[in-house]
Design a protein around this ligand. Structure first.
Ligand code: UGB
Length: 625
């Protein structure tokens, strides 16, 4: 043993390395000569930052040497992917853990109040005008999807963006998003007098989702987008922390690895900045960046109007919101006013809103008011940022977002954790560092129009208190049919009321299964122009419109109707369509003979009979059975 140490010491001196810094970590010291000079620097940093325990179980030189190098590869990655490096991560962690132990409230000194924002009503003149302004502005926008989350609450084995948003057409979320962006691009381009450009689309992935997202895009020819239009940015995980001293946690399965966990969707800002994408977009003359999440099938119905609000009001930050039920698991948009006069409009996360209210003179906490909703609008985490001021801010911060830590303590002494924790950050916390002069606003839309995420597994969804949204695959799909039915009603069609049914233990409204491609109806005005005369749709009906120029004219639908047509074909659909249609057949979420993406909804579609027509040539056509 002594000879190994001696020879290691000799080798160190030959390499010109003073190993004294590793005196308190003998197992590291013995192995130092195996390391490159960069790795030795990283080892010094770890020692300085009180991380000697990481080397306690290291074997003698000659054993596991490749694993030791791999350990430092991991450390180098953790160091380079965090703004300010690992040293800064550990320092921040110590501060935040101390605050957490002391029970310090991050909102200390702030009083919450209900902010005022733009409240839109679907289909009225203001809404229509904002939609038009938004479509016009879309040519100056870039879209960013945060899709690095594993979706633990949903428990689906695939990536969430690959899930069908609805099973009538089987269109997955990613396809739906891309088709909406392409439809916006085309419509905006038609309105533009100047040169048209492609709308860039960035997707933040993580190790959990990256390769499967790439495969989904590649195997579907990017759903019609140019591959160069789509950029994938992979977020890295951050080191886990074992105790209040921010000692990094070892991976329980490998003594040469640090345990890591996701840092949260807030990473998106640093990645957009460090990748150079923001600068590229700015240089290309773009003006807006729109952020959105992975499983909201309604979202793009709200985009044109909310972008119109941003453009008209010149908001630097515009958060899209919906009425929120008290204690619903979405953050509340809140005005926070500090005793010193500072004030900001910001998302307060759902687990913080109730204690904050109780601590500041609202003894009942987060409760519904006379409207049946919380007075604080619900953040749906769709943000529209004006690119210029966003770039300026990120030049100062590098995209670092205020972090938080949420350790689960073993007991009231708060000295040890039940399991390792880590720092986290959220994309909606971006406005926290903005100066008071920044124009931060929000836009409230009807929930039926804008928000139906798929986040909860069937069992948890079935336990959601009555009256609160399920946020499941079942409710997410039903919400699309509901929204489309209500939109068609507003456009003048007579659409039957829904029936109540129970799928996977969740009572839902089943509306006619109406779907259309985004290019058919991007805005309400566009849809209104394509519905004329006296149209009616029965509750048992299904309709799929895949063509751009399909006009519904005196159509009476009681069954299933599927129309596909090329862009240059104008198809007028009318008359009486009557057939057995497509029915919904209950399935159990535990029945593994049914594919997972179907059984998590609790029903499958039985295609009994339909009228299906396809128009592949340009021209004017009439379909009147
Ligand atoms: N995501 C990432 O890309 N990376 C990560 O590390 C983590 C997530 P969740 P959450 O709209 O319903 C948010 O888990 O975080 C992506 C808001 O904070 O679905 O519980 C992930 O892929 C909350 O204020 O949601 O809650 C997904 O696309 C409220 O608005 C997105 O981030 C809530 O969403 C959100 O991740 C909501």
């Amino acid at each position: 043993m002594a000879s190994t140490v001696d020879s290691a010491a000799e080798q160190l001196s030959k390499l010109g390395i003073d190993g004294a810094f590793a005196d308190s970590a003998p197992n590291l010291k013995k192995n130092l000569h195996l390391l490159s000079s960069e790795q030795v620097e990283l080892a010094k940093m770890l020692m300085e930052m009180g991380q000697s325990h990481l080397f306690e179980k290291w074997a003698a030189p000659g054993v596991d040497d490749n694993e030791k190098k791999a350990f430092f590869d991991q450390v180098a990655k953790l160091n380079s992917s965090y703004p300010g490096g690992l040293k800064s991560y550990i320092k921040t962690a110590r501060e935040l853990l101390a605050d957490s132990k002391a029970g310090k409230n991050p909102f200390d000194g702030f009083t919450p109040s209900v902010p005022t924002g733009e409240v839109l009503k679907f289909g009225d003149d203001t809404f229509i005008n904002y939609e038009q302004a938004g479509v016009k502005e879309a040519k100056n926008a870039a879209f960013v999807l945060v899709a690095g989350g594993l979706g633990e609450r949903l428990g689906y084995n695939g990536i969430k963006v690959a899930l069908p948003a609805e099973t009538t057409t089987g269109t997955c979320f990613l396809q739906n998003y891309i088709e909406y962006i392409l439809a916006l691009q085309e419509s905006s381009c038609r309105l533009a007098e100047g040169k048209c450009q492609e709308i860039p689309f960035a997707i933040m992935t993580s190790d959990d989702t990256h390769s499967r997202t790439q495969e989904l895009l590649e195997s579907n020819s990017y759903f019609g987008m140019k591959p160069t239009q789509v950029k994938l940015l992979k977020q890295e995980k951050v080191a886990c922390l074992d105790d209040n001293d921010a000692r990094l946690a070892m991976d329980p399965k490998n003594k040469y690895r640090i345990q890591t966990k996701p840092h949260g969707h807030g990473d998106v800002h640093a990645l957009l900045y460090s990748s150079g994408l923001l600068k590229e977009w700015h240089d290309a003359g773009l003006k807006w960046v729109l952020f959105f999440q992975d499983t909201n099938g309604l979202l793009f119905k709200a985009i044109p109007a909310s972008l119109g609000v941003s453009a008209t009001k010149q908001y630097h930050v515009n958060s899209l919101a919906v009425p929120r039920k008290a204690k619903e698991a979405i953050g509340g948009i809140t005005r926070l006013t500090h005793a010193d006069g500072r004030s900001m409009v910001i998302n307060v996360e759902y687990n913080q809103l109730d204690p904050l209210l109780r601590a500041t003179g609202f003894p009942d906490g987060d409760v519904n008011c006379e409207t049946g909703y919380s007075p604080f609008p619900g953040n749906i985490n769709q943000l529209i940022l004006e690119l210029g001021p966003y770039m300026e801010e990120l030049k100062k911060t590098g995209g670092a977002i205020k972090e938080f830590v949420n350790p689960k303590y073993k007991d009231a002494s708060k000295t040890s954790f039940k399991s390792s924790t880590r720092l986290e950050c959220m994309m909606q916390d971006y406005p926290k560092t903005l100066p008071p002069s920044a124009k931060v606003g929000f836009t409230v839309m009807d929930t039926w129009l804008a928000y139906a995420p798929v986040k909860n597994n069937p069992e948890d969804a079935a336990k959601v208190p009555k009256g609160n949204p399920y946020h499941s695959a079942t409710s997410g799909e039903m919400a699309i049919y509901c929204a489309n039915s209500l939109i068609l009603r507003k456009a003048g069609a007579q659409v039957d009321d829904p029936v109540q049914e129970v799928f996977n233990g969740q009572e839902v409204e089943v509306w006619p299964r109406l779907t259309w491609k985004p290019k058919w109806g991007l805005t309400f005005s566009e849809i209104k122009n394509k519905v004329s005369g006296s149209c009616s749709v029965s509750q048992k009906s299904t309709m799929v419109i895949k063509g751009r120029n399909v006009v519904l004219e005196d159509l009476s639908l009681n069954g299933a109707l599927i129309i596909d047509s090329v862009d240059d074909a104008e198809v007028r659909v009318g008359g009486k369509v009557q057939n057995k249609g497509w029915t919904l057949e209950p399935v159990d979420h535990k029945d593994t003979s049914v594919p997972e993406e179907i059984r998590i909804r609790g029903f499958k579609i039985n295609k009994l009979e339909q009228l299906e027509r396809s128009y592949s040539e340009p021209g004017k056509f009439s379909l009147k059975p």
